[in-house]
Ligand binder design. Sequence first.
Ligand SMILES: NC(=O)C1=CN([C@@H]2O[C@H](COP(=O)(O)OP(=O)(O)OC[C@H]3O[C@@H](n4cnc5c(N)ncnc54)[C@H](OP(=O)(O)O)[C@@H]3O)[C@@H](O)[C@H]2O)C=CC1
Ligand SMILES: O=CCCC(=O)O
Length: 308
Amino acid sequence: MAKPVPASLEREERLPSIGFLGLGTMGTAMARNLLKAGYDVTVWNRTTSKCDALVSEGAKRGVTPKQTAAACDITFAMLADPAGAVDVACGEDGAVKGLGQGKGYVDVSTVDGDTSKAICKAVRASGAEFLEAPVSGSKKPAEDGTLIFLTAGDKSLYDKAAPFFDVMGKSRFYLGEVGNGAAMKLVVNMIMGSMMASFSEGLTLGKKVGLDPATIVQVVGQGAIAAPMFALKGPSMIKGSYPPAFALKHQQKDIRLALAMAEDVALPTPVAASVNELYKRAQAAGLGDQDFSAIIEAFELDPKQSNH
Ligand SMILES: NC(=O)C1=CN([C@@H]2O[C@H](COP(=O)(O)OP(=O)(O)OC[C@H]3O[C@@H](n4cnc5c(N)ncnc54)[C@H](OP(=O)(O)O)[C@@H]3O)[C@@H](O)[C@H]2O)C=CC1
Ligand SMILES: O=CCCC(=O)O
């Protein structure tokens, strides 16, 4: 559901032009909401055909991240992982080469703090401002404009980007220094990945001892451990169906980054460490592009099995 046209649009003042780099599951939905809100949006994706739909809906087509950033006031980036985020920001035709004084770069990818700080350094060296803003919420919240933005970095850019966050999301947090947004996101996803693994383990045990998995989902949904995630994913999990909203490979990346963050502060994380082994086992069995709820399959896989 598109949000109402911002009041500033009705005053016909020049609105900031927006670049959006990375049109995967999340980026496409987020950029579409900015377009629907009436903003001037230029999109770019490594696989260029993924831009076609939004261009047909009125977006401009960016040629490279550099050209896109040069043409826009504020550029968002929504990439798979640290390598992708660095490639797009700092690579051969990276966005940083198109940035400069008066421009802003908002990286909404889920990466580690060190990656975020490295991109921030390169962006600020161009004279532009930087904000990390990873999001909580998956495909449907991205489509519905109900994401939660976990931001950190240049406060003045946070203030400039606030109307865009409010089009794409339901809430936003400003967490101070660069790295704090990444840390908050990794903490939340470490918890979420462990919750999903525990839910999967319980469903598998219940099935083994003869319980009806659908009834387990119902009972869980009515008690103290009820969670929207279990209600959303449970019915398809028990049918062995895992339509990708949040790919298992990205959840494993997030847990891997969270474990590294814990290592940096010498904190033992036995739960996440064991859960990570399950995600790695599922990924080795070829489930990486399935939804992260496919983790349930890991309990019945041969630990030595690998499809790679
Ligand atoms: N899906 C979800 O529920 C959520 C995901 N996230 C995070 O958001 C980010 C994006 O997730 P999602 O949209 O699901 O991921 P997708 O896998 O759907 O999309 C990944 C995007 O990154 C691009 N990409 C990857 N590597 C590179 C590279 N080296 N150079 C240029 N572009 C690259 C892909 O381009 P191409 O199309 O060419 O492959 C694609 O546009 C991830 O960090 C994820 O952890 C955060 C919250 C929720
Ligand atoms: O990083 C993606 C997690 C998905 C969600 O927050 O529901």
